[in-house]
Design a protein around this ligand. Structure first.
Ligand code: SAM
Length: 328
């Protein structure tokens, strides 16, 4: 039977973000609290074989795009082995990675050889001091080395995710755009979301991206454009160049009506919406020996729980879990 994943609001789910760890080697102040230790127990982590099984089931249900995320995926031991397994799945069209790039320099070539297509890199500042302040001591030069290694390895198009924050890095947006134009990266600006205590405490730095887009349009000339990738950004092209800039605006202009994705966390929980608590536990089924057909039936059932929209604006106190736990 040729099944597809259609949710109760007639949205087709063709994109899954898979968190391979909830741990991270940075401590971005809007994401994970300093000194946080309450990570998932290793025995609860899906193994690479389990992740591959679930991914295969999703691809057989019409999911063509998978993004590996975290936490920081590159801190999971032997991560390239997982990419190699997933890279062999015949129905997977697009395998991508979200990373902070701190550890990317050494493995970019290997990941490309194993079948990774492209990467998104989080980078909130090009000022080493500001970068360290936001990330809890991160070294900017490592990220830049990782980015250049990825570019040399052909892991493109490379997208730079910048969480834009009032009074923190909003004065750097123009510089970041010019850096991206120079290196042929695509900049995406993101609004801060009230996820966990850290995300909520960052709401005083929340920057509405609608006026930012208008200012950038005036300064650089921006025209509406599209970019493949399946994600939530709305893109504009910078006049006179091939560069695009994307705006991810979950707060000022949400995009729930076109949501095409679900998230699998490291412990095998399927989260149906980033901003809601609706979930479906796959790990107990996997460990009880569920067969492939029943696994697909379970996934179809899970998709029927997908809520219509998040309520970041209406109920900013709702989500206790951090972004790193769900898989950003
Ligand atoms: N470590 C990888 C990375 O750095 O891209 C993947 C995981 S990280 C949690 C994914 C993205 O979530 C990053 O771009 C990060 O900036 C973003 N993020 C985390 N907490 C956020 C929040 N409260 N609001 C908006 N974006 C957030």
């Amino acid at each position: 039977m040729n099944r597809q994943l259609i949710d109760p609001f007639q949205r087709r789910i063709d994109y899954v973000r898979i968190s391979v760890t909830d741990q991270c080697d940075l401590r971005c102040d809007y994401c994970l609290p300093k000194g946080f230790k309450d990570f998932e127990e290793p025995e609860n982590w899906l193994t690479f074989d389990e992740i591959t099984r679930v991914t295969k089931a999703f691809t057989e249900l019409g999911v063509g795009r998978i993004r590996l995320t975290g936490g920081e995926p590159l801190v999971r031991k032997n991560f390239p082995d997982l990419v190699k397994k997933l890279g062999q799945l015949p129905q997977l069209e697009d395998l991508s990675l979200s990373t902070n790039a701190v550890k990317l320099g050494k493995v970019a070539g290997e990941l490309k050889a194993h079948g990774l297509h492209r990467i998104n890199v989080s980078l909130d500042s090009l000022d080493p001091k500001q970068f360290a302040a936001i990330t809890g001591g991160g070294k900017l030069h490592k990220v830049l080395d990782g980015l250049m290694a990825a570019k040399a390895a052909g892991l493109g198009p490379i997208k730079i995710n910048m969480v834009a924050m009032k009074g923190v890095n909003d004065h750097e947006i123009g510089e970041m755009l010019e850096f991206c134009i120079e290196h042929e990266f695509t900049l995406r600006l993101i609004e801060t979301m009230p996820m966990g205590t850290t995300g909520r405490s960052a709401t005083d730095r929340y920057l509405d991206l609608q006026p930012v887009r208008a200012q950038l349009a005036e300064r650089y000339g921006l025209i509406p454009d599209i970019m493949p990738g399946g994600g939530p950004a709305r893109y504009m092209r910078v006049v006179g160049s091939d560069s695009r800039i994307g705006f991810i605006t979950p707060i000022s202009q949400h995009f729930c009506e076109s949501c095409n994705r679900v998230r699998l966390s490291v412990d095998g929980t399927l989260y149906l919406c980033l901003g809601q608590n609706d979930r479906f536990e796959l790990r107990p089924m996997l460990r009880a020996g569920i067969d492939d057909d029943a696994l697909k039936t379970a996934i179809v059932e899970a998709i029927s729980l997908k809520p219509e929209k998040h309520e970041f604006k209406e109920e900013p106190g709702k989500l206790v879990r951090f972004m790193s736990a769900t898989g950003g």
